[in-house]
Ligand binder design. Structure first.
Ligand code: SIN
Length: 298
């Protein structure tokens, strides 16, 4: 019997304690044994990157990290984006958007209706977000869940005739699509300046995008920002979008994240859409969000 070598092969870093534990549903995995307050080794970065591509949503439990550590970790995956609503930046950290229903001295401290409609983050930009990270700061005793829908599965589940009909189609995305509707019912949406409106000019993306790293196709239209499908009559576009919105969030494609203290959730906007499930008005909820710039969808 040959002896088991006592030393690790020369090119291997010491065995990592990270465990990737896939969730039973259509997406998601828990990442255990990683402290995001510490520098991330290249070997661990590669494992996280691979797991992110494989599972689309990663949940890092029990992270006691500062906003700067969230920014540093997020930056390992690409340049960060700054949200057009500057009033909800975390002071000193323009890359961190405060997502919260809390008011202090009568003023909202964060964007309380972020995620009110299904969406993929910043799909209204020429380069939408590759990934987003939300870190729990303060959680309600009830509600406050975040839902995710697997858009590879949604595409694969479409009838063949519909897949063919979508082939080569492009759709417009606009930050302003639901802005006035949200403004009418919430205290979180200030009137936009001309400069802000120019920053979020409508863009056009394929209705079905190809994931640039895995090559998998995904549906890429969402009820928050997608306004119309180009090249077909207005009423057909409206009906087709309504059908796609319904088909893309069927129960078999969904994972509902029930937040635990210290959770950091990192999702792939090229593979999933998400929705804030809602928080009762009298309960406080606060999370910090960073978004990583992606590439131009194709
Ligand atoms: C978001 O859409 O980024 C926020 C989601 C949430 O608050 O659950």
């Amino acid at each position: 019997m040959s002896a088991i070598p006592k030393t690790a092969p020369a090119d291997h870093a010491p065995a990592s304690p990270i465990q990737i534990r896939p969730l039973p549903g259509p997406l998601g995995a828990e990442v255990l044994g990683l402290d995001l307050s510490l520098p991330l080794s290249d070997a661990d970065f590669r494992r996280i990157h691979r797991a992110h591509l494989d599972h689309h949503v990663l949940i890092f439990r029990d992270q006691r990290i500062t906003p700067q550590q969230q920014v540093d970790f997020s930056r390992r995956f690409g340049p960060l984006q700054i949200h057009v609503l500057r009033n909800f930046q975390l002071p000193g950290h323009p890359e961190v958007l405060v997502v919260s229903n809390i008011k202090e001295n009568g003023q909202p401290i964060g964007l309380g209706d972020a995620g009110a409609f299904w969406h993929s983050d910043l799909s209204y930009k020429e380069k939408p977000s590759m990934g987003s990270l939300l870190h729990a700061q303060e959680l309600p005793a009830d509600g406050g869940d975040t839902l995710f829908a697997n858009q590879h599965a949604a595409y694969e589940g479409l009838p063949q005739a519909l897949k063919r009909a979508l082939d080569g189609k492009r759709a417009e995305h606009s930050y302003l699509a639901k802005y006035e509707e949200l403004r009418a019912r919430s205290p979180w949406r200030p009137p936009l300046t001309q400069k802000q409106i120019e920053e979020v000019r409508p863009v056009v993306h394929p209705v079905v995008r190809t994931h640039p790293e895995t090559g998998r196709k995904a549906l890429f239209v969402n009820e928050h920002f997608t306004t119309r499908i180009l090249g077909i009559p207005e009423d057909e576009s409206r009906d087709l979008l309504a059908e796609l919105f319904k088909l893309s969030v069927q129960p078999q494609y969904l994972y509902t994240h029930v937040w635990q203290p210290g959770d950091m959730v990192f999702w792939d906007n090229r593979s999933v859409m998400h929705l804030a499930g809602g928080t009762p008005d009298h309960l406080r909820r606060k999370l910090y969000r960073t978004t990583i710039e992606g590439d131009i969808p194709f």
